[in-house]
Design a protein around this ligand. Structure first.
Ligand SMILES: *Cc1c(COP(=O)(O)O)cnc(C)c1O
Length: 445
């Protein structure tokens, strides 16, 4: 006996739509719901929702008929409803709120390209999505119909990638790359594939979740011409895992595309260990590997979705060891100001001595691991990988403290601030010989 199959749902209002239309992604896109009148065909709106939907200047609303059908129409707290139907909470400001909380604009060498990490870039190829998440981290640019794909910006992005050989991984996102016209999407991927140093291409997309009909055989045939291609989808709640999504995931994995999931920890949607456990277990059933669980960003309009970081730690505590290791995502806080993704997790190391560490497991069992008394350290001089490594100066980080010649990392202005004595009473004179990390990291050979 196999496990119970995933369900398929269609709101009664769409019952008479012929299957060939319902299963056509172009129909799904063209029949998206966005007004009070549209939604009242399928849901009983609350006063809050009605007010928000009539407010000018709110972040764009659009929902596919397929996705709106997954909502329980009579439940004002439905977890899918909260992700896509606005409420008047969106206008509330909060402490720490920012427009571009990840400082992506500052990390853009050319418009639409975010080069934050040494070897990979984020490429924003469209501002359009199949439906709009109310907590969107890029609501400053996403949804704007006037800001569509620009050929000249694309050429500038390709040109930057050509002359930046350290980039080996390009992540197509937006907006949602799978909303691009099929020909344009292929052209874009083909152009990236022509660049020799680009090893992997990734797609970040919620289209398989909002509109699984888009995952056609033609799409899969096209993508597999450009391998290695990886894909991350975005599922937040077990109710989003349907027969249609399962089929889309099956097609993509059969085409050789490894699937990951990135979800966002959202108050009132999935801020519960038991919901998360069911979510990640259902994801691995459809061969999607949970990749990241994000702390909700400090973005305008998303204040009511935020949880304490402790909630994420509690969720990881409830997953690791309790269920398949494959099903456990990495919980990350995308650091405001552009610090990037920072993993946060429960502590498993309790103590340590010279040759012993003390660890606890998920059950609270406390154990020790005896470390070797002698260890012949790895010799970088004879290791071909050590000799050929290349690292962009300044990005060695804490890892550079471990294997380089640097002894510390210090904030800018540190020396001036701590030079209050002016040097007159300096006890030791070697302070200035220590260089900030990135200047002398020991790997210049
Ligand atoms: C998330 C992200 C990436 C990819 O990060 P991974 O940890 O490799 O998945 C790349 N660039 C930017 C700007 C990102 O935000």
């Amino acid at each position: 006996m196999s496990p119970a199959p995933f369900r398929s749902r269609r709101a009664p209002y769409f019952a008479d739509v012929p299957d060939e239309k319902w299963n056509d992604w172009r129909w799904q896109l063209s029949k998206r719901l966005n007004t009070v009148e549209d939604f009242e065909h399928v849901l009983t709106l609350t006063e809050d929702e009605r007010k928000a939907l009539s407010t000018q200047g709110l972040f764009r609303v659009d929902v596919t008929p397929y996705f709106v059908s997954l909502i329980d129409p009579d439940d004002p707290h439905d977890p899918i409803r909260k992700q896509i139907i606005p409420t008047d909470c969106e206008v509330l400001p909060f402490t720490g709120m920012m427009e571009d909380s990840l400082a992506e604009d500052r990390h853009s060498p050319v418009p639409g390209l975010v080069h934050r990490y040494p070897d990979r870039v984020l490429m924003l190829v469209t501002t359009q999505c199949a439906s709009y998440c109310r907590y969107c981290t890029r609501s400053r640019i996403v949804g704007d119909p006037s800001a569509t794909f620009s050929r000249s910006e694309f050429e500038a992005q390709i040109e930057y990638l050509r002359r930046t050989p350290q980039v080996r991984d390009v992540l197509l996102s937006g907006g949602d790359p799978l909303t691009l016209a099929p020909k344009l999407l292929e052209e874009l991927i083909a152009r990236l594939r022509e660049i020799e140093h680009i090893e992997i291409i990734r797609l970040g997309t919620r289209v398989p979740v909002f509109m699984p009909q888009r995952v056609t055989d033609e799409l899969c045939d096209m993508l597999q011409k450009y391998h290695p291609v990886w894909m991350n989808i975005h599922v937040n709640h077990p109710n989003e895992i349907t027969a249609e999504l399962a089929q889309a995931a099956d097609k993509l994995t059969r085409a050789g595309i490894p699937l990951g999931n990135q979800s966002v920890l959202l108050a009132g949607v999935n801020d519960c260990v038991h919901i998360q456990r069911k979510l990640v277990q259902d994801l691995v059933r459809i061969r999607v590997r949970p990749y990241y669980l994000y702390q909700c960003d400090l973005v305008e309009g998303a204040g009511h979705f935020r949880t304490p970081v402790a909630k994420g730690i509690e969720i990881i505590e409830g997953l690791r060891g309790h269920t398949s290791g494959y099903a456990v995502p990495t919980y990350v806080v995308d650091a405001p100001g552009g610090g990037g993704k920072i993993p946060v997790m429960p502590n498993y190391q309790i103590s340590a001595s010279d040759h012993k560490i003390v660890l606890r497991n998920y059950e609270g069992y406390i154990s020790t691991y005896e470390e070797p008394l002698t260890y012949e350290p790895h010799d970088p001089k004879t290791c071909p990988y050590c000799r050929t490594r290349r690292m962009e100066p300044g990005q060695e980080g804490v890892s550079g403290l471990l294997d380089g010649v640097d002894m510390f990392i210090k904030p800018e202005g540190f020396d001036q601030l701590h030079n209050r004595g002016g040097g007159a009473h300096r006890l030791r004179d070697n302070a200035d010989k220590w260089k900030p990390l990135g200047i002398g990291s020991g790997n210049e050979d």
